[in-house]
Design a protein around this ligand. Structure first.
Ligand code: ADP
Ligand code: MG
Length: 239
């Protein structure tokens, strides 16, 4: 089910602007990896490229050993969760969660089974017939996560999914994501500019700065042995 992700000498340009410069990274099957870095360093672009939503200029990305540009979109098996929940306002929670599956022709009873199971895990089973505007921010974010879970993806890609939540809810949802990862064992990539999120969630952190990877390591390694001044400053560790 789950997949490794291999990134090999990846470069990305928008016109004359290079936003990712020679990125290489191997993510193991089942690993929880956090891309940590300041705004504008290229985190979202890298995530979107892994999802196959942005073209690659140089280098390659492989998912489960196969180059993503050779995989048809329906077979990539990655699910992305955004900061802005992007739910369809005219659809119920159930319909929002089912939508992506209907599109790829999943049988009705299978859709219902997966939707009910995901809703239970996320404790939104009592909200399935409501419309998004009836939900709190935290509940909406759960629906967005639910919509990813029902796809049973080989990798989850989270782009700052907690940034719109208040502090208490952010902490709780963070914990629940960690539990979800334990339960599913699926490869997860989580993008954030928040050091605490990175330190508490990651098996390994990829610190990004100015188009490049500054350091890759466990939270402990990054904190105790920052490789550069930038990393030390950014994670608040002793230099
Ligand atoms: P982050 O997610 O780390 O904040 P992004 O990946 O969103 O960074 O952006 C990295 C850089 O690429 C920024 O300078 C941004 O302005 C630029 N960028 C992102 N998307 C586009 C685009 N579609 N066209 C042009 N420039 C872009
Ligand atoms: Mg971003």
């Amino acid at each position: 089910m789950s997949a490794s992700i291999d990134i090999h000498h990846l470069t990305k340009r928008f016109g004359a602007l290079t936003v990712l410069d020679d990125i290489s990274l191997a993510i193991e099957d089942g690993e929880f990896v956090v891309f940590l870095g300041p705004s504008g360093c290229g985190k979202s672009t890298l995530l979107r490229m892994i999802a196959g939503l942005e073209a690659v200029n140089e280098g390659e990305i492989a998912l489960g050993g196969r180059r993503i540009d050779t995989l048809p979109p329906g077979e990539r098996g990655v699910a992305m969760v955004f900061q802005s929940y992007a739910l369809y306002p005219h659809m119920t929670v159930r319909q929002n969660m089912a939508f992506g599956l209907e599109n790829v022709g999943t049988p009705r009873d299978e859709i219902a089974r997966r939707t009910d199971a995901a809703a239970k895990v996320l404790e939104i089973d009592h909200l399935l017939e409501r419309k998004p505007q009836m939900l709190s921010g935290g509940q909406r974010q759960r629906v967005a996560i639910g919509r990813a879970i029902v796809k049973e993806p080989r990798a989850f890609l989270f782009d700052e999914p907690l940034s719109n939540l208040d502090a208490a809810l952010r902490g709780r949802t963070r914990l629940e994501l960690a539990q979800l990862h334990q339960r599913l064992g699926t490869t997860m990539i989580f993008v954030t500019h928040d050091q605490v999120e990175a330190m508490t969630l990651a098996d390994r952190i990829v610190v990004m700065h100015d188009r490049r990877i500054e350091q890759i390591g466990t939270p402990m390694e990054i904190y105790q042995r920052p490789a550069t001044k930038f990393v030390a400053g950014f994670v608040g560790a002793p230099a």
